[in-house]
Design a protein around this ligand. Structure first.
Ligand code: ZN
Ligand code: ZN
Length: 111
């Protein structure tokens, strides 16, 4: 009978015993999956937003007010969480201050 059939979960600070050959306990397996998906989304989104800004180099909000401010961030008109897409029609190139203003407004309205 081998002695070491159980070992602690690899997640820092988690001492849950798991089977040798596994890396994380059930909770942290899920957590690591979630993180991997988020990272995957982040890198895909970075690529999309960079491309979008290269095509829309000016802040859309400032432009409406007659100002020419370089866009640095891409905003989802309909938030991804609400089913918005990463496609052109749902995107808006914004400067930093417009983006934070709009994000704040959305948060206040609970969109
Ligand atoms: Zn764990
Ligand atoms: Zn702006």
């Amino acid at each position: 009978m081998p002695y070491k059939t159980r070992k602690p979960c690899n997640f820092p600070g988690c001492g849950t015993l798991i089977n040798v050959g596994e890396r994380f306990c059930a909770i942290h397996k899920r957590e690591m999956n979630r993180r991997a998906n988020a990272d995957h989304y982040d890198s895909r989104w970075r690529k999309i937003s960079k491309l979008y800004i290269s095509k829309h180099p000016l802040c859309a909000e400032c432009e409406r007010a007659g100002l020419l401010t370089p866009a640095v961030e891409v905003h989802h008109v309909i938030p991804v969480a609400a089913g918005g897409s990463d496609m052109g029609k749902n995107l808006m190139a914004l400067c930093k201050s417009c983006h934070s203003r709009i994000s704040l407004k959305e948060r206040q309205h609970g969109v």
